[in-house]
Write a protein that binds this ligand. Structure first.
Ligand code: SAH
Ligand code: SF4
Length: 398
């Protein structure tokens, strides 16, 4: 209740809604079973797809058509797409899967701004993906793993433990799922649907921003995550801007160095939460392996090599890391690093008893950071009533 002032004023009354999807009909089981072993098209870059098409005896130029249908038209009914040679369409139909993830459950926040999707994976595990609306933009919060091995004490994903990495295809599929949802929303919005703009990018509201802040630690699953960002950025497909993709890490140092060495153009956010080693290790266990000093060295290396600022995230927990002395410690630690600090009021999770800081403490924290020349924001609270806020994503694994 104490966070009410910080919520958006664009309140749209709408009670929380829950849509439960029925499992596939028994008659579909055989088809679904055989699909399990088929590679997902979402896991291919456009050039890999071209190589596959050529290997199958067709002209490479068809890869761009497949790509367009998949990412811009949202179609995978290959046999009805006449611009593809029949034999190619047939092989796509029988040997590949589009890679869409079935929705098991969909929940909408009461203010109408957030939707959370529980998506099923082929091996029976499930992940959560969140669609967040801010004025003028839509952001998808994407998962990179089933669970997480890092064990941060205040995070529901950490509390559930690690199950497995997601594939690039499973990461791309989440973004495509959100984009498809926006397509459906457009159908309810005649002004957009009637637009006769030539580019399909403008015919419906499109996904423009992605944060890799869902379940999991993206730099623990580096190869799949980076491949997925490359597929999502492809100008012939979803064409997301590199600067519209933000990867958030708990501080996996080899991954930060690799991002810099490979000059990956996406944005980087580092979850800090404490400005001294002992405190940080007590709430972020992986800090025992990658210490604060080493993390700061890696961040400086990244900033210099990339010539760009870094975002630091700080979950505000009452009495734990929100006092004036904590803010001064952050100021001293970061004052020479080009950066912005994003303060995230703690969201409730069942395995942690901490309490979010109140508005006064958060404002005090911000004004102390400002004394050190550090810009900061307080993250808008979204989707808390449906457990879709930062650190609240978790699935009860059997
Ligand atoms: N593993 C990555 C990204 C996923 S977590 C990371 O840790 O950065 C996304 C963000 O949510 C991180 O900044 C994380 O510290 C924060 N977070 C985790 N649990 C939270 C909670 N209960 N309340 C608020 N923020 C939380
Ligand atoms: Fe993993 Fe990030 Fe949660 Fe920590 S905060 S347990 S790194 S998902």
């Amino acid at each position: 209740m104490r966070w009410r002032h910080w919520e958006s004023t664009e309140f749209r009354p709408n009670s929380p809604r829950l849509r439960v999807y029925k499992p596939a009909r028994p008659g579909c089981a055989d088809r679904l079973m055989s699909e399990e072993t088929r590679p997902s098209l979402y896991g291919y870059t456009c050039s890999e797809l071209e190589a596959l098409v050529v290997e199958w005896g067709s002209k490479g130029v068809h890869a761009a058509k497949i790509w367009r249908h998949l990412y811009l038209e949202g179609r995978s009914d290959w046999e009805t797409i006449h611009e593809l040679p029949q034999q190619l369409a047939q092989r796509l139909h029988t040997e590949m899967s589009a890679g869409e993830l079935p929705i098991t459950r969909e929940t909408h926040s009461s203010d109408g701004f957030t939707r959370k999707y529980l998506l099923g994976l082929k091996d029976g595990h499930q992940i959560e993906t969140v669609l967040m609306r801010y004025s003028g933009r839509v952001t998808a919060c994407i998962s990179s793993q089933v669970g997480c091995a890092m064990g941060c004490v205040f995070c529901a994903t950490g509390q559930m433990g690690y199950t497995r990495h997601l594939t690039a295809a499973e990461i791309v599929a989440q973004a495509l799922h959100v984009d498809r949802t926006l397509r459906e929303t457009t159908q309810e919005n005649p002004a957009l649907a009637e637009s006769d703009h030539e580019s399909p990018h403008h015919r419906h509201e499109r996904l423009r921003n992605i944060v890799l802040m869902g379940m999991g630690e993206p730099l623990h699953n580096y190869d799949a995550v980076i491949k997925a960002t490359e597929i999502l950025r492809d100008p012939g497909g979803l064409a997301l801007g590199a600067k519209k993709i933000t990867l958030s890490t708990v501080g996996v140092i080899p991954g930060i160095i690799r991002l810099a060495d490979e000059r990956q153009p996406i944005h980087l956010a580092v979850s800090l939460h404490a400005a001294d080693q002992a405190k940080r290790a007590s709430i972020v266990p992986v800090a025992k392996k990658w210490t604060l000093d080493e993390l700061m060295q890696a961040c400086r290396y990244y900033v210099e090599k990339m010539d760009r600022r870094i975002f630091f995230e700080w979950t505000l927990i009452e009495g734990e890391n929100d006092r004036a002395e904590d803010a001064h410690a952050v100021g001293r630690l970061l004052k020479t690093v080009p950066c912005q600090v994003n303060l995230i009021p703690l969201n409730p999770t069942s395995g942690y008893e901490g309490v979010p800081s109140d508005l006064t403490s958060a404002k005090r924290f911000q004004s102390i950071l400002a004394e050190y020349g550090l810009p900061s924001t307080v993250r808008q609270r979204r989707g808390i009533d449906i457990a879709a806020g930062c650190g609240q994503l978790a699935i009860a694994e059997e």
